[in-house]
Design a protein around this ligand. Structure first.
Ligand code: ZN
Length: 347
C-alpha cells in the first residue's frame, strides 16, 4: 500500500520545542514527543495546524511531557503575557521554516498546502489556541493574519475576554458555563471577514451555539471526539455534531487517550482501535466528507500502539481493515481538511 499523506488538525510541537529550547532537534530523528521532520516523513505526516498554546504557569505540555488532563479549573491568563509567549512560539515556527532548507513551509492558502503535500514539504498552518494570545487589543488579529495566521481558537480550556473554555471534566457535559462575550462575537465576525478559521475545540457548549449562530464559515472542531463514546467535557454531543454536519464543517479526531476511552482514563495503554471507533462514529454521524484527524501530537498522551507521527500508517491500516477504501482514506487523511480550509479561507 502506498502511504496516504496526512494533514492534521492540531499539534503542540512548537510548545515542546520552545520548552526544550532547541529547535534544531526538529531536524534530527528523536525519541521525545511525537513530531520531528524524520518521524513526520516516515509516517506520511504532510502537514497540519501548528498551535501556539500558552499554558498556565507551571502548566502542561512543557519539557516534552504531555499535559495531564487533570480536572480542575484554569485561571485566565494575563493577555500581555500570553501575547509575548504566543509571539515567541510563532517566531519558533518561522525560524523552523527559515532553517529547514525548504523542507517546512508556513502555508497560507490551500494551494500552498496541496503543493507541499505533492512535493513532500511539511505544510505548517499557524494556529493560535486561545484568543488571549492576541494580547490586550484584538485588532492584533489583522497584523497576525498578514504574517500568516490562518486559524484561531477563541478559547483554550479556561475563561478569557471572549468566552469560556470547557474545564477538563469526566464525565461531564460540555455545557459548563456562559457563552461568548460581546468581544467574542465581534471576534468571530472579524475572523469571517479576514478568512481565519474559528476553532470550536475547547469552547463550551453555549459558546459553540453562539458561534454557530454568528459565523458564515463551516463549523470546525480541529481536535475533539464524540461525547457519545467518551463523555469528556472536551468532546462533542450528537446535537453539536449535527450542527457541524449541517454547516458542511468537520471534526478532527483527537488521539488523546483521555478523550477516546469510554472510561476517560488518560493512559498510553489504550488500543489504537479506540481512535478507529471514534472515526467510525463520526463518519456515521457526519458523513465521510466531514471527518479528519486532529492528533494533539506533542500535547497529549496518545495510544502507545500509535506511538508518534511515524505510526500514522498503522492507523490507516486499522481503518483499511475496518473496510475504508483508498478514496475514503484520502478524504479522512487530507482532502476533507483541504475542502473546509478552502471554504473558510476563500483561497
Ligand atoms: Zn487543545
Amino acid at each position: 500500500m502506498t502511504t496516504v499523506p496526512v494533514f492534521d488538525g492540531h499539534n503542540d510541537t512548537l510548545l515542546r520545542l520552545h520548552g526544550e529550547r532547541q529547535q534544531k532537534s526538529f531536524f534530527e530523528r528523536g525519541e521525545r514527543g511525537h513530531i520531528d521532520l524524520s518521524r513526520a516523513r516516515e509516517g506520511g505526516l504532510g502537514g497540519g495546524l501548528f498551535a501556539c498554546f500558552v499554558p498556565n504557569r507551571g502548566g502542561e505540555g512543557q519539557n516534552g511531557e504531555p499535559p495531564a488532563l487533570k480536572e480542575g479549573d484554569r485561571e485566565p491568563l494575563d493577555p500581555s503575557c500570553a501575547q509575548r509567549t504566543a509571539g515567541a512560539l510563532a517566531r519558533t515556527l518561522f525560524e523552523l521554516e527559515a532553517s529547514s532548507g525548504g523542507s517546512l513551509k508556513v502555508a497560507r492558502t490551500t494551494g500552498e498546502i496541496e503543493a507541499c503535500l505533492r512535493d513532500g514539504v511539511l505544510a505548517a498552518v499557524l494556529h493560535y489556541e486561545g484568543a488571549e494570545n492576541l494580547g490586550p487589543d484584538p485588532s492584533a488579529l489583522e497584523e497576525l493574519y498578514e504574517k500568516g495566521l490562518r486559524s484561531l481558537g477563541l478559547v483554550w480550556s479556561r475563561p478569557n475576554a471572549y468566552g469560556h473554555g470547557v474545564p477538563f471534566r469526566f464525565p461531564s457535559s460540555p455545557d459548563t458555563g456562559p457563552g461568548l462575550t460581546d468581544a467574542g462575537r465581534e471576534l468571530v465576525r472579524e475572523c469571517n471577514r479576514l478568512g481565519v478559521l474559528v476553532d470550536l475545540s475547547h469552547l463550551n457548549e453555549r459558546g459553540f451555539w453562539d458561534v454557530a449562530r454568528i459565523t458564515e464559515a463551516p463549523l470546525v472542531a480541529t481536535h475533539s471526539n464524540a461525547h457519545a463514546l467518551c463523555p469528556a467535557s472536551r468532546n462533542l454531543t450528537d446535537r453539536q455534531l449535527d450542527a457541524i454536519r449541517d454547516s458542511d464543517g468537520m471534526v478532527g479526531v483527537n488521539f488523546a487517550a483521555g478523550f477516546l476511552r469510554p472510561d476517560g482514563r488518560d493512559e498510553e495503554d489504550t488500543p489504537l482501535a479506540e481512535i478507529a471507533r471514534h472515526v467510525d462514529y463520526l463518519v456515521e454521524r457526519l458523513g465521510i466528507e466531514r471527518v479528519g484527524f486532529g492528533s494533539d501530537f506533542d500535547g497529549a498522551r496518545i495510544p502507545r500502539e500509535l506511538g508518534d507521527a511515524s505510526g500514522l500508517p498503522r492507523l490507516l491500516d486499522a481503518l483499511r481493515e475496518r473496510g475504508y477504501g483508498e478514496a475514503e482514506l484520502r478524504k479522512l487523511a487530507h482532502q476533507n481538511w483541504l475542502r473546509v480550509l478552502r471554504a473558510t479561507w476563500g483561497a
